[in-house]
Write a protein that binds this ligand. Structure first.
Ligand SMILES: [Zn+2]
Length: 298
């Protein structure tokens, strides 16, 4: 199971309400609906981790509970996954029986029922009672791509979160994309001259435009950092950010984010555009390919 909050799929408003619910009293029966069920399941894993985390985290990823979940070995997280098959009444009865047993490790127990719409009517009816009056320690998270296929009686007992695809960021300005892509490519291959030429593409921008360009680069560095766990926020630069992820460590990507943010702030005090563009290339080169210390003469 992937449990990092950063990997949470979906739109900002769904994420915000899930975070708010976790910070207060999380509902015991939840239906996660997403156009792609895989997204709902990823979300269910992260929520299970947050509910069971003992490190006081969001989830923390380090406590024994989080580690067991990452290894799919947490005794208090029970995942029902029948694949494309039907979920039958025997399975629903088994869930009820398991829900009656106290948690093994801590004070909570989470049941994740994947593709809950695959429950036949008898299974849904058998589960109804558990969803209606769950034991105080039990949480039920149902995932589905077709919430409408569930009985109304089940839906009405659940708090429903509809995950939509991630919010598209404001479409980046075409005029910024080409130099940004060239800059990222040159950075990935450690070509300082190439970076300088690409950065020169930002030289005619006014202050706001330059700040938008720095924000675009910051987002690209973020995409590179999360290349293996999250969808890119900038699909137009996906090839470049993937290449960068393979060429530059996470620490350096973080430093690059700071560098872009610093230049955006400097633009506020009207530093000359040419200097800013040169600083962009030189700073990125120093972060990613620091000069070797000169050898001392004997
Ligand atoms: Zn934890």
């Amino acid at each position: 199971m992937r449990i990092a909050w950063d990997a949470l799929p979906g739109n900002t408003s769904a994420k915000t309400s899930l975070r708010a619910a976790l910070n207060s009293r999380f509902p015991q029966t939840v239906l996660l609906a997403a156009p792609d069920e895989e997204d709902a399941f990823t979300c269910a894993g992260i929520l299970s981790a947050a509910l069971l985390c003992t490190g006081g985290g969001a989830p923390c990823g380090r406590c024994p509970s989080c580690r067991k979940l990452t290894d799919d070995a947490h005794p208090d997280c029970i995942v029902i996954d029948e694949g494309e098959g039907e979920i039958k009444v025997e399975t629903a009865r088994r869930i009820r029986a398991q829900a009656a047993i106290l948690p093994n490790d801590g004070d909570r127990k989470v049941f994740v029922i994947r593709r809950a719409d695959r429950m036949n009517d008898s299974a849904q009816n058998a589960l109804l009672k558990s969803l209606e009056e769950p034991p105080r320690y039990a949480f039920f998270i149902l995932t589905t791509a077709q919430p409408g296929a569930l009985l109304q009686t089940i839906r009405s007992r659940c708090t429903i979160y509809q995950l939509e695809p991630p919010d598209a960021p404001d479409a980046p300005d075409e005029a910024l994309l080409a130099p940004a892509a060239a800059f990222l490519r040159a950075l990935a291959r450690g070509d300082e001259y190439g970076m300088l030429c690409a950065a020169n593409g930002f030289v005619k921008l006014n202050k706001t435009g330059f700040q938008q360009a720095m924000a675009l680069l910051e987002t690209a560095f973020r995409d590179a950092m999360l290349a293996s766990v999250a969808r890119p926020l900038l699909p137009a630069l996906a090839d470049e950010t993937r290449a960068l992820a393979g060429a530059v460590t996470t620490d350096k990507l973080l430093a690059l984010c700071d560098h872009a943010a610093l230049l955006a702030r400097r633009a506020d005090v009207n530093t000359g555009a040419a200097i800013q563009c040169a600083a962009l290339a030189a700073g990125a080169q120093t972060i990613c390919h620091p000069p070797r210390p000169a050898r001392r003469r004997p």
